[in-house]
Design a protein around this ligand. Structure first.
Ligand code: NAD
Length: 293
């Protein structure tokens, strides 16, 4: 087994981005700028936002952290989105999900200007992703595709089985890998909670992507010998031996599956790291106006 080391790759890509930013600054241009809106105090979201801010700092981006109270009204949030939409000093911004239940997530996402939607969740960007047109691809699938590319794992003609059909991982990843393009050209099967006999399908996967949200759900008997296994899941499970009282595990039983797979991504240190880097890449694309001229 070889490790799909997201941590190592993220470091490498961040160094590349930093070199580009340093050059921009030397030319007297301003640094790319990313804003993150977070509503409420969801602890997992707070950790993700902190990681994003730290990553911006590492590559020399300006980051703006907009933290709004849990009871923020929809109109107020829309007003903040409007402000960022029209702020020429902000290249891209995201609204950290999930939002408190009184807020309409889809409405908020659709209020973001597609040119600044660096999470790639606006229907315009998701639609363009499906069509294979230049778009802000959602960060997690973009990070996975980049991970496979950098490890020279060929997807052409390969059977990719994706467990999970979310709008942020499963569906856009399927759209990206099925494109007639290099780094894609895969035969893609998407499985979900209503799929019958999941193991029968995952066993056919040359590349298996687990994005289910159930700790260690993919077991060794569900994986073909030599398969490439990409673990998207981030689940916290109780662990009395840790100071925090918990530890993070993926959707794949790493211990057993790693003995059968040819490549496998760990949790933490795998796809999560690539997701943050993909967000930075989208922000740089927004800054350079490379998607929408
Ligand atoms: P989600 O939580 O919105 O939905 C889960 C998906 O799993 C659904 O599509 C459902 O149909 C499917 N599913 C549930 N039970 C199943 C079963 N028995 N067999 C097959 N499919 C089943 O999905 P999400 O938002 O894509 O998140 C999935 C996991 O990935 C979570 O653990 C989440 O924390 C993690 N995640 C990680 C990153 C990252 O950067 N690494 C990014 C996004 C999500």
């Amino acid at each position: 087994m070889q490790l799909l080391d997201g941590k190592r790759l993220a470091k490498e890509i961040k160094a590349e981005i930093k070199a580009e930013v340093d050059q921009l600054l030397r030319q007297g241009r301003r640094a790319p700028a990313l804003a993150v809106i977070m509503v409420g105090d969801n602890p997992a979201s707070a950790t993700y936002v902190r990681n994003k801010m730290r990553s911006c700092e590492q590559v020399g981006f300006r980051s703006v952290d907009i933290h709004l109270p849990e009871d923020t009204a929809q109109d107020e949030l829309l007003r903040v989105v409007d402000e960022l939409n029209s702020d020429p000093e902000i290249d891209g911004f995201i609204v950290q999900l999930p939002l408190p239940v009184h807020l309409d997530e889809q409405l908020i996402i659709e209020h973001i200007r597609p040119e600044k939607d660096v999470d790639g969740f606006h229907p315009m960007n998701l639609g363009r992703t499906l069509l294979g047109l230049p778009a802000f691809n959602p960060a997690t699938p973009k990070g996975i595709v980049e991970m496979l590319r950098r490890y020279q794992i060929d997807t052409e003609g390969k059977h990719v089985v994706i467990a999970g059909r979310s709008n942020i991982v499963g569906k856009p990843l399927a759209a990206m890998l099925v494109q007639k393009a290099s780094g894609a050209n895969a035969t893609v099967t998407v499985c979900h909670s209503r799929t019958k006999d999941l193991a029968n399908i995952t066993l056919q996967a040359d590349i298996l992507v687990a994005a289910i949200g159930k700790p260690e759900f993919i077991t060794v008997d569900m994986v073909k010998p030599g398969a490439v296994v990409v673990d998207v899941g981030i689940n916290s499970v109780p662990d009395a031996s840790r100071k925090s009282g918990y530890r993070l595990v993926g959707d794949v039983d790493f211990e057993s599956v790693s003995k059968k797979a040819s490549w496998i991504s760990p949790v933490p240190g795998g796809v999560g790291q690539m997701t943050v880097v993909a967000l930075l890449e989208n922000t740089l694309l927004a800054y350079k106006k490379q998607i929408y001229k």
